[in-house]
Design a binder for this molecule. Structure first.
Ligand SMILES: [Fe+2]
Length: 311
């Protein structure tokens, strides 16, 4: 490898396991100035409003109480300070599009993966930087694209579950594709007995099998991590099938019978989902699951103000 590797402990064994088993590897992103707290504060300062999500987690022990909010014009360093003292997470979505310096890092990651994994290629890539409060949690969910989680600051514990029933069903995948909401999956505490539990420190990353459900618990410190997502031709076609099957089930009342990604069944679903994916019904169903209702309180780091109270 001509340049300094980003994966610093990769062996052939990792290549054999990649994509089939949860895998924790060492990396060096956390030593790059681009991922320092100062650089991240600068990034927040100019981050476009439509590209970030600020989520408040509710009181400790509460489940499914997410609210989406607004930074409210605070400087980036104050935003990080608010998150360090509160119960929130900030997702700087699409960072590869917003800032090309991060796209160059992703290019280097994927170039290295292509060298290490024979036949590996991507069709679409994206990444988000997640800044989250001490003890914050990301609840049990699954994602449609291929994903890795790169830990940059702080420590977290990640639970990764099998990508098969009862942990993940076809209907879960359809709902995620249709409603673009990943958090409504059923979860039982006993699922944890079937999870791989991996702690992440700065300089470690995780990859897992496609769609494997997971949940994350921050330890008692500010956390910064980068989620890198990708599709290839197969993942892209599976997403098409998930969305089309979701439309068949929810919009047309027809239980889907196939998840084929080739042949007439696949191509008719590709046409169906293209015709309906931006329909008024889909937009309304998605919109009902997402709204902004608080902003950060500049005077009290870690606190939030209800949008209704100030509107
Ligand atoms: Fe996820």
């Amino acid at each position: 490898m001509s340049r300094e590797p980003i994966f610093t402990d990769w062996t052939d064994r990792h290549g054999a396991l990649w994509g089939h088993q949860p895998l924790r590897l060492q990396h060096r992103l956390h030593t790059m100035p681009l991922f320092s707290r100062a650089a991240l504060a600068e990034l927040i300062d100019t981050y476009p409003r439509e590209q970030y999500s600020l989520i408040h987690m509710g009181a400790s022990g509460q489940r499914r109480y997410w609210r989406e909010g607004d930074i409210g014009g605070l400087p980036g360093e104050a935003v990080i300070d608010a998150i360090a003292k509160g119960r929130m997470w900030l997702n700087l979505r699409n960072v590869l599009k917003v800032d090309k310096r991060y796209a160059e890092v992703a290019d280097a990651i994927f170039a290295e993966m292509a060298e290490r994994l024979p036949g590996f290629s991507t069709r679409h890539r994206s990444a988000g930087i997640l800044i989250s409060s001490p003890s914050a949690q990301v609840y049990y969910h699954a994602d449609l694209p291929g994903q890795h989680l790169w830990q940059l600051i702080g420590h977290k514990r990640v639970y990764i579950y099998p990508n098969s029933p009862p942990f993940l069903t076809e209907r879960h995948l359809e709902d995620i594709a249709l409603f673009e909401v990943e958090v409504d999956m059923p979860y039982e505490p006993w699922y944890d007995e079937h999870a791989q539990v991996l702690d992440l420190a700065p300089g470690q990353m995780l990859s897992w099998p496609l769609n494997a459900p997971h949940r994350v618990e921050n330890l008692d410190c500010l956390n910064v991590s980068m989620t890198v997502s990708f599709t290839n031709e197969e993942i892209h076609r599976l997403q098409t099938v998930n969305l089309a099957n979701g439309l068949l089930r929810h919009r047309l009342g027809l239980p889907p019978r196939s998840r084929a990604i080739t042949g007439p069944s696949y191509w008719s679903k590709a046409v169906l989902q293209k015709a309906l994916r931006n329909s008024r019904w889909v937009r309304r169903e998605r919109g009902a699951r997402r709204r902004v209702d608080f902003r950060l309180d500049g005077a009290n780091p870690g606190q939030i103000i209800d949008a209704q109270a100030t509107a």
